[in-house]
Design a protein around this ligand. Structure first.
Ligand code: ADP
Ligand code: MG
Length: 729
């Protein structure tokens, strides 16, 4: 076993790229091959059924039982033709990831045989035996069961031999137990609120759609090396490992040529993604060695989110085919960049207007600044909550660590948009609106050049940046379900737009013309939300001080950040928008705290084991060799000379002794501290104990292990080193 490291390094070096056969058809032909999309619905469903289903998909009209039966029959026919033998309700429990329980398409035929069956009832609702999914106690307190229910707005698809039906997962008492149910509610809320506002400008608009374009960052590590790192295997990150002498300093990996084994993996991933209807478009190396990125073309938010979850599952599966493991953890390696998932977010109308994109006329630009000002106001009011929505034990390593968005939410707007907003804030209403003869009202809103759209000044340090016709929420973690961030953001914007509409209508009621009423409220918002606007360097210490002065949420302890979900303004916001009730919020926070504790607990155990079973034995073995050498020197040389010649070895012997003692004592202390924390009953308090007490110990122990890695004979070191994990591919 002790030579495992060398064997896996040797094997990894010899690996060649796997041949990925090019599909015979063109991408446009195999795109969506495994999806029960509109074209297939049209083909497999009677016209009336098809129309009802379209109505359900586009407008949320409920489907009756007969229609559901007919849809199920058509879906089953298609699935069987595609070779599927099983079906599953596919849902997003409150773990990061998806869940499924497969059932075969067979039922008793009543004559002693079996028939392939799939009814509307089975399509619409299932009761998975899901009692072990996290529920924050909702199902214990209210009703033992939860059920999954079909989401017709996201099409069914086939993976392997299984028809997957996207569903929400809820308790019998109605509370959401997943991410999808509240996401759909938040999307509905923002649709309604935004339609009401956009109609000031475009009365014909019937629907506002939220768009999401995610950019998924990830690391690939050779499978053999991965297997030789129990910490990666069990926690998703390296709990120890000294920095490689070369890492990302030269920035030679970013946008460089893609290594061949990786390129094969990417090609495979793209083909499989396209077959599942995921419009993947961009692939490239990222900043850190062995770090890469994949991005599709943006889609409707609910669908985009399903696609992101599918892509993560595909990555995990396909990486193995290519002898890799994919690391989706936000910070697998210390000292180099972590991975995020930028969420490009925008609102668009059914008539094709991008509401966060500047227009050509003054009226279009007023609409644009109206939506921008409302978004800023929402982000300002709920900056703590938005931070909570992206916080987790794993993302905590990335945020605030000098190379990712800081742990403070602010918004970057860029020079041009900042100037426009400044102009609006500083002008009086009369400056902005003048009655100019026959043309009627003239608006003085500076034109925002088209150029902006392609040429947005890039500020990589901002967690929520305006990028031309959308905002890019960059603080989202690579492993996270995007829904968490999208629920909070869309609900906050929905609430804000409702408030805006009320304020504007009140002014109109008082006799103010519509345009100047809108301008007045927009101006007020620009001034009020000023604290959230920050175009400077988000990594700097000055910003931390400044943000505190501005009253932004600067908390860095994840369990405490979660409190934001339960403050008065968050509860009010989620309840008035109909997205979540207080009971749901409380239950979900229990889950968040519990998950936090468990993750740190696992890390602590793994680190403790590795320290005792790998590190101390290796270090001691090397130390014994040195001691042996010192004694032998005494045999060879006269006393004084032997001492002089052994000075350095004696120093190393002592150094190893001190560090191993420290490690052993800290590991013991950590075990005792965990025992104390584990008996705390309240999940919040327990998570805080883990954060305050255990997390710093992990770092202290690691520090000495990493120092030992530098001293101990490389031949004795059993764990693959950073240079091997990061540069072999
Ligand atoms: P980068 O930020 O690295 O320059 P891209 O310009 O390639 O990335 O875009 C990143 C993502 O943003 C893609 O998924 C793209 O489809 C998406 N995107 C582009 N425009 C919008 C928009 N208006 N709304 C939402 N997402 C968008
Ligand atoms: Mg981006």
């Amino acid at each position: 076993m002790s030579d495992l490291r060398f064997r896996v390094v040797e094997t990894a070096f010899k690996k060649k790229a796997i041949e990925v056969p090019a599909p015979k058809e063109r991408p446009s032909e195999y795109f969506g091959k495994y999806v029960f999309n509109k074209a297939k619905m049209f083909k497999y469903l009677p016209t009336k059924v098809y129309q009802s289903l379209m109505d359900a998909m586009d407008n949320g009209t409920p489907l009756n039982r007969d229609i559901a039966d007919a849809v199920a029959a058509g879906m089953q026919k298609w699935a069987l033709e595609m070779g599927a033998t099983h079906y599953t309700h596919w849902f997003h429990p409150l773990t990061e990831g998806t869940a499924e329980k497969h059932d075969a398409f067979v039922e008793h035929d009543g004559k002693g045989g079996m028939i392939e069956e799939f009814s509307g009832k089975l399509l619409i609702q299932q009761e998975p035996d899901a009692s072990s999914f996290p529920s924050g106690g909702i199902r214990n307190t209210f009703e033992a069961r939860g059920y999954s229910a079909w989401d017709p707005s996201s099409p069914a698809f086939i993976v392997g031999d299984t028809l997957c039906i996207p569903t929400i997962f809820i308790a019998y008492t109605g509370e959401s137990l997943d991410y999808k149910a509240p996401l759909l509610k938040a999307l509905q809320a923002v649709n309604k609120a935004a339609v009401d506002v956009v109609r000031y400008f475009n009365p014909e608009v019937k629907k506002v759609i939220c768009n999401l374009g995610w950019e998924q960052e990830y690391f690939l590590v050779d499978e053999g090396l991965y297997a030789a790192r129990p910490d990666l295997l069990l926690t998703g990150r390296t709990l120890m490992g000294h920095e490689s002498s070369k890492n990302q300093q030269l920035e030679d990996h970013y946008f460089g040529a893609i290594p061949t084994r990786v390129a094969a993996f990417m090609t495979d991933l793209e083909i499989e993604s396209l077959k599942l209807g995921i419009p993947v478009k961009t692939r490239h190396n990222e900043v850190a060695p062995n770090q890469f990125e994949l991005a599709p073309i943006f889609e409707e938010c609910n669908l985009a989110n399903d696609h992101n979850l599918l892509v993560m599952a595909l990555m995990r599966k396909l990486a193995r085919r290519h002898g890799f493991r994919v690391l989706l953890h936000e910070k697998p390696f210390k000292g180099i960049n972590g991975s995020g998932k930028h969420n490009n977010w925008s609102l668009g109308t059914d008539t094709g207007i991008l509401l966060l994109g500047p227009g050509k006329t003054s009226e279009e630009n007023l609409r644009f600044v109206t939506f921008v000002a409302n978004v800023l106001m929402a982000v300002y009011r709920h900056n703590g909550l938005l931070k909570a929505s992206i916080s987790s034990a794993t993302n905590a390593h990335r945020l605030g660590a000098n190379e990712a968005p800081p742990a403070i939410i602010s918004s970057f707007l860029g020079k041009q948009l900042s100037q426009v907003l400044k102009h609006l804030a500083e002008s009086t209403k009369d400056d902005l609106v003048s009655l100019s003869g026959k043309q009627g009202m003239k608006l003085d809103i500076p034109q925002i050049p088209e150029l902006l759209i392609d040429n947005t000044d890039r500020n990589r340090t901002s967690p929520f940046a305006f990028t031309g016709n959308r905002f890019e929420f960059r603080a989202v973690g690579s492993e996270a379900n995007c829904a968490s961030a999208m629920i909070a953001l869309n609900a906050a914007v929905a609430e804000q737009l409702v408030i805006f509409k009320k304020e504007v209508d009140a002014l109109i009621e008082k006799g103010e013309p519509k345009i100047s009423a809108i301008l007045e409220v927009v101006r007020k918002y620009i001034i009020e939300s000023k604290a959230i606007h920050f175009d400077g360097n988000g990594y700097s210490d000055e910003w931390k001080e400044e943000a505190l002065k501005r009253g932004l949420d600067c908390e860095t302890s994840v369990p405490v950040i979660f409190d934001n979900y339960l403050n008065e303004s968050s509860i009010k916001m989620f309840e008035t928008t109909g997205v979540m009730t207080k009971v749901e919020l409380e239950a979900r926070n229990e889950v968040k705290w519990e998950t936090y504790t468990k993750k740190i607990q696992i890390e602590a155990r793994v680190l403790g084991d590795l320290a005792m079973n790998h590190i101390i034995p290796m270090a001691t073995k090397y130390q014994s060799q040195l001691i042996d050498n010192v004694y032998k020197m005494k045999d060879l040389f006269p006393g004084e000379k032997a001492n002089t010649l052994s000075t350095k070895n004696l120093e190393i012997i002592e150094d190893i002794a001190k560090r191993t003692i420290f490690i052993k004592e800290k590991v013991d202390e950590m075990i005792e501290t965990r025992k104390v924390a584990n008996i705390i009953e309240e999940e919040r308090e327990k998570a805080i104990a883990y954060h305050d007490k255990i997390v710093p110990m992990l770092e202290e122990i690691r520090y000495h292990i990493d120092k030992l890695e530098l001293i101990v004979d490389d031949q004795l070191w059993t764990l693959p080193k950073y240079r091997e994990l990061l540069f072999i591919r």
